[in-house]
Design a binder for this molecule. Sequence first.
Ligand SMILES: Cc1ncc(COP(=O)(O)O)c(C=O)c1O
Length: 425
Amino acid sequence: MNLFSLRRTPPSLDDLTAEYRQATRQDSVSHEYLMPAAARLAPVFVRGQGSSVWDTQGQAYLDFSQGGGSNSLGHSPGVLARALSDQAYGLINAGPGFHNQGQLNLAQRLCESTGCDQVHFFNSGSEACDAAIKLARKWGQLHRAGASRIISVSNACHGSGFGAMAASDAFDNRFEPQLPGFSQVPFNDLSALHAAVDAKTVAIMLEPIQSAAGVIPATGHYLKGVERLCRELGILLILDEVQTGMGRCGTLLVEQQYGVKADIITLGKGLGGGVPLAALLARGKACCFAPGEVGGSHHGNAMMCSAGLAVLETLLAGDFLAQVRETGQYLRDGLTRLAQRYAEGELRGTGLLWGLSLGDESADALVKAALQEGLLLDAPKADCLRFSPALNVSKGDIDEMLLRLARAFSRVRTAQVQCRKGIAV
Ligand SMILES: Cc1ncc(COP(=O)(O)O)c(C=O)c1O
């Protein structure tokens, strides 16, 4: 059996075991040809199913990161595999100069379900955020006398393109010179924002919940106030929902929970369910791009849009999102209990996006200890663990994750005590 073959039905345990054996027989491949531009942990993964993923050694891991929340329906969900397979046999790529049915279907369904008027599809959240900045500046050319300055907030993360990076606060090397026309104000501080807006300002751009900063939510008072300020001062509100959108927080967009409506929204990560797909959505007068102003060989690619549609239909079906909210409470309760025992910081988040702050800088050590326990997590900050499991994660998997995490905490805390006592570990 081909290790990477697409299936129409979930594999049996025997299938999986045979495949792991095959995988473990493969010679290990060197990673010296990969640029070391991204920090990566050691395991080499060959297969995933739901909340589990297996490496070349046949070791199974419970995945509570899911590619930073990108695998919204877990690893290799049937609905996504089928959509991709069907589309691959039909049409992979019509080219950006033509329409394709999948792109049109996804555009309509996404606009109708989010209350937006238009959308353009991209390959990554960074690209969508860069394009959000372009769209705001285009609006500024048309409606605000050429105003172009974007105000963003402290600890923001909008991605790695030059525009997105200029609006972000999260990089050691900013590859100067940076793109001009950006300024930053403290997050959750309405008066600082008010004071910063001038005639050259075109938009405020922010994440409703700052995931990379350690899952820090905007307060309701703040986000409502930002929206009101934008309306009063005649500037645009750009919400970056690359992390929080697509059901991650228990509603399709998290702006619904805050009761605000942005002019421009970016989506990414969970939209493709694990394949590269992102979107720029706009409302009303903010829909002002003209042909040729954003282009990309794979924008609106038929394969990727078929994945996006499969994900979106799944999220909108039945009580899926209500289920995310319920499972999210279950995860929150479990993490709260665990935090009382091991962590000294607070638990922040909503739906199935949680950050546990630790009271010390042991997050990296915990991620590595969790890996030894067969658990994948990530640490957006040195003092914070992040949980972004599959949106259909089971309560059983949450229980198992909590057990493994408790063991990881225990390993790290024991090592810390031994270290303090001067015992070599
Ligand atoms: C809020 C937010 N915006 C944008 C991005 C960039 O998305 P991508 O990594 O797909 O370029 C990220 C990535 O983590 C993000 O969390």
